[in-house]
Ligand binder design. Sequence first.
Ligand code: ADP
Ligand code: ASP
Ligand code: MG
Length: 424
Amino acid sequence: MARIVMKFGGTSMAGIERIRSVAARVKREVAAGNQVAVVVSAMAGETDRLVGFCREASSLYDPKEYDVVVSAGEQITSGLLAIALQAAGVPARSWLGWQLAISTSDAHASARIQDIDMAALEASLAAGEVAVIPGFQGVDEHGRVTTLGRGGSDTSAVAMAAAMKADRCDIYTDVDGVYTTDPRIVPRARKLKKVTYEEMLELASVGAKVLQTRSVGLAMKEGVRVQVLSSFTGEDAPMADTLPGTMIVGEDEFWEEIDDMESQLITGIAHDKNEAKITLVAVPDKPGAVAAIFAPLAQANINVDMIIQNIAHAAGSTDVTFTVPAADLARSIEVLNQGREAIGFAELVHDTRVAKISVVGVGMRSHAGVASTMFTTLGERGINIQAISTSEIKVSVLIEEDYTELAVRVLHTAYGLEAEDVAA
Ligand code: ADP
Ligand code: ASP
Ligand code: MG
């Protein structure tokens, strides 16, 4: 007997037919003798709809009430799946976040899971019941409902798997694994058998939304075995324990199956259109000037990502360019304008029509030339690079948004990631 967590995303839960198909999939795992907890998302589009209601009700809504509203989508799907399972002859019950309880911080709309009380759930699993748990929600120390940030059901599932000491956490979605890049942009993207935690963490944080970034960090910390696989396969599809999807693994396990370490440069490419670029023109070129820009942004909890400081103008001033999340642009401008005297810039220019393209791979650690391939490839296509940032296993560039798809495609080819190249 294995213990598994099965997580189903929004498209997998979109409508009663889909929920019946999920119930059938869960039933197969139970029939194979496994103990199962299921974590579900709201139906696709539902959370957006609920967020829209909050905004319509008031632009200055109370985040505590926002969480009450937006967590409702998962309450509905968890109840519906429990009903569908019961109808299929599988004993099941739903457990809302506060009923278990899934305790979180009180940072509404982006709360962190602190603890899951397993006593009642263990008894239920031991009695042969399937536990159906709404993802994305928890309860804080004041007894208020919280949510974990968009895409947070992945994190609920991984936290559940860690608390249950599950053998595997299977994340069912609308693609059959993690690909070299978003298969909706590059149809010839290749499905990866294995990705390291570290690579997945980087990929998720630079825009590959197949897993929520926090869920990968948690899986890495807790050593949870995560598999990404499709819920859109027929009844005769191979069982999940044959690992048909993509496994997120530690580095030792990753290299085990790579025959040609030399050619393993890049694992994946991601893009992110949700950044905005700000340039402060004519900032005094003196010690402390950069600190004067970024300290107030940090105080306002605004995450600055890429930074470039141009060479000094003759007049002893310089231009500083950086990116912030597009959602924080208005606040950033306000904070910077408030500090204008202290910073001493002449002009603030901003641009939301930018995209960040990132190439990620642990192979980069031992190979030179990854960045230069990226710059040359983009240059040959006439794509201008506006900013660059790197980590040990990642290179990111900022480009004009209109070139996003083209850039991802040409880089995918340049690094030999196409499915056919592998077969060759
Ligand atoms: P769910 O609703 O199941 O949580 P998401 O929409 O959050 O699903 O994530 C799945 C989507 O992630 C896919 O439909 C795909 O378009 C996108 N995606 C982005 N990058 C990748 C990648 N490298 N591999 C696979 N899917 C990716
Ligand atoms: N329903 C939530 C969202 O759309 C959480 C999730 O699906 O992971 O963000
Ligand atoms: Mg998701």
